[in-house]
Design a protein around this ligand. Structure first.
Ligand code: SAH
Length: 285
């Protein structure tokens, strides 16, 4: 898989992605990264790529032509290559590589989107800077706008890195094996169960005994329930999309009672809220 990032700050993208796990995967050639300096396509001696806005407003906006020329420099060779693959066969090779604009106006990125995008052979990621980019070039080249959250960054580079990091983890060979990500948070619509490493006892805290039992089936069941519990406590909104059985709810409520009792022992200011039947009835209808 190949990622092309169109940016005014290629070193920001490279510094991040050439480090650690993604850096090793790049070295091994598991995926490739191309950065294109939009300023190289300014078409003027001052390498100017932005200007003031029509209709007023503070700040500068990136102009159409440098962005378009930078995009064309990667999109056209890719399209030509695709159409030359076999000129006798009519195939639905895209006219250009899938092009994403990183933008606070886009649909918010999530794990489902990362999986979907990992199926492309080539993604082009366009990063805005300053006040953003002239609307006309966006309408011409962009297939989708993606945001990494409801806040505004100074540029799209960090957002492009977030996408590439999350997408590349889905490519075989980036992580040691697929189980490394299959059990992780958000993969099955739930958060991952809590995790523990050595030592078995740290200060007054022990690792849950079941994890030391060596009983694989029981451990698997504990992880499944712990994962549901973690999701209920931290992201209850995610549970709305799942159907949880009455038995599972009963286990979860027991866990919560046990945890509440444990924290009451250490903090008697906590209060317990008893509307469990209502929780079960509402959630399993
Ligand atoms: N004036 C724009 C914000 C420009 S911020 C607006 O109000 O919509 C400059 C650039 O940073 C954007 O063009 C975009 O590429 C990037 N950016 C800012 N916030 C982002 C976010 N939440 N997700 C992805 N990219 C973002």
């Amino acid at each position: 898989m190949k990622f092309t990032v169109l940016t005014l700050f290629p070193e920001q993208v490279r510094n991040f992605l050439e480090t650690s796990i993604t850096g090793r995967a790049l070295n091994k050639g598991v995926f490739s990264l191309e950065t294109v300096q939009i300023r190289d396509f300014s078409g003027n001696a001052y390498r100017k790529v932005d200007d003031t806005m029509f209709g007023g407003g503070t700040g500068m906006l990136m102009m159409c032509e440098p962005v378009y020329s930078a995009w064309k420099s990667v999109a056209e060779p890719a399209a030509t290559l695709a159409s030359n693959l076999d000129s006798t066969v009519i195939h639905d090779a895209p006219a250009h590589p899938h092009t994403i604009f990183l933008s606070p106006k886009g649909k918010v990125f999530d794990q489902g989107k990362a999986i979907e995008l990992s199926k492309y052979e080539h993604l082009v990621l366009l990063c805005g800077h300053y006040e953003g980019i002239d609307q006309r070039v966006l309408e011409t080249i962009v297939d989708e706008e993606i945001s990494i959250g409801d806040y505004v960054l100074t540029g799209g580079e960090m957002a492009a890195c977030v996408l590439i990091d999350a997408i590349s983890r889905m490519i075989p060979g980036v992580l040691p094996d697929s189980s490394a990500y299959e059990e992780e948070s958000h993969m099955g619509g739930v958060l991952e169960s809590p995790q523990y490493t050595k030592p078995e006892k740290w200060r007054d805290k022990s690792v849950p005994a079941i994890l030391l039992s060596g009983h694989h089936a029981k451990i698997k069941e504990w992880k499944r329930q712990a994962s549901l519990y973690e999701t209920w406590m931290k992201r209850p909104d995610l549970l709305d999309k799942l159907s949880i059985s009455r038995e599972d709810w009963e286990v979860l409520i027991n866990w919560r009672e046990e945890n509440t009792r444990n924290s009451l022992d250490s903090d008697d200011r906590l209060t317990v809220d008893h509307n469990d039947d209502q929780i079960i009835d509402q959630s399993i209808g």
